[in-house]
Design a protein around this ligand. Structure first.
Ligand code: SAH
Length: 278
């Protein structure tokens, strides 16, 4: 993975913010110039600078420069498929309990936004296996991932339809961001280890209902929970300290479920508990 501190080097991505915090991202290349708001910024000047430096374009406008956070990179990177927003990614990592060393299966890779967060969370001892049916999306996603975090040696991308089955066994977690996650539930139940977690990210309640019904019918899952994530930004200007007028109101619902041990440590006549599929 790339070093993400110290002076900026050629090949790194930077984000420049103007006085209204509008973001402009670029990949540093010796000899290049970027046109921002009608003025030129020379990459040779930026290479070797520390993050947080103020730079001036040829038109005299000043910008503050940083390496993008993962959230900034995701929102500015080239997209094939629609990405999962950072607000949801943050919660996915905790609700699906992604931990260092975990083996995580993902379907599909899309633009690679969630994949990058998964790779960071599982770390070098972990592994992410991403299924994707579209070769062009996979190519785009891999290019995005390389640009942000260098060559990912713990990522496997499979150009395969995950509805045809998950090939890996004894996996720790499976994250599904595709239109019909219920079509993966049965093979996920086979592939997850006992105590493993399935998480589905879907935009409509009808999809949630089908996923919940399927999780219940297979009888392999428990602790099923659906949540949505609302983040309301605030404006803070002098005495005006209040919620912003606009927010991202709806993206998708997260449904999580935990794989039971069918052979069973659960006593046969134990009464069902709230949220358990029996
Ligand atoms: N989570 C991604 C976005 C995924 S968009 C991100 O954050 O960037 C959904 C992706 O699932 C698309 O790329 C689509 O091509 C892929 N997909 C849809 N059905 C699939 C299937 N059956 N098997 C594998 N991938 C699938």
């Amino acid at each position: 993975m790339k070093i993400a501190a110290g002076p900026l080097r050629e090949g790194e991505t930077v984000v420049l913010l103007d006085r209204k915090n509008r973001e402009y991202t670029m990949v540093l290349k010796g000899g290049n110039k970027s046109d921002i708001r009608g003025g030129m910024v020379s990459h040779d000047e930026l290479i070797g600078m520390e993050e947080g430096a103020v730079v001036r374009s040829s038109s005299g406008e000043s910008f503050i420069m940083f390496r993008p956070t993962l959230a900034q990179f995701i929102l500015n990177m080239p997209r094939g498929a629609q990405v999962i927003y950072p607000k949801d990614i943050g919660v996915i990592l905790i609700w699906a309990d992604i931990y260092p060393g975990a083996t995580v299966v993902e379907g599909g890779i899309g633009s690679g936004a969630l994949t990058m967060a998964l790779l960071r969370a599982v770390g070098p001892e972990g592994r992410v296996i991403s299924y994707e049916i579209r070769q062009d999306f996979a190519r785009r996603a891999i290019a995005n991932i390389r640009q942000y975090m260098g060559e990912p040696d713990n990522l496997t991308v499979k150009i395969k339809d995950i509805y045809m089955g998950v090939e890996e066994k004894q996996i720790d977690r499976i994250i599904l961001d595709l239109p019909e996650p219920w079509r993966v539930v049965e093979s996920a139940a086979e592939s997850l280890r006992s105590g493993g977690i399935l998480l589905g990210y879907i935009p409509t309640v009808l999809q949630v209902k089908t996923l919940l019904d399927t999780l219940k019918d297979t009888g392999n899952f428990t602790l099923v929970q659906t949540v949505e994530v609302l983040i309301r930004p605030w404006d803070a200007k002098g005495l005006s300290l209040r919620p912003a007028h606009r927010m991202v109101a709806h993206t998708g619902f997260l449904t999580v479920a935990r794989k039971k041990n069918r052979g069973g440590n659960i006593a046969k006549n134990a009464p069902p508990r709230d949220g358990q599929c029996v």
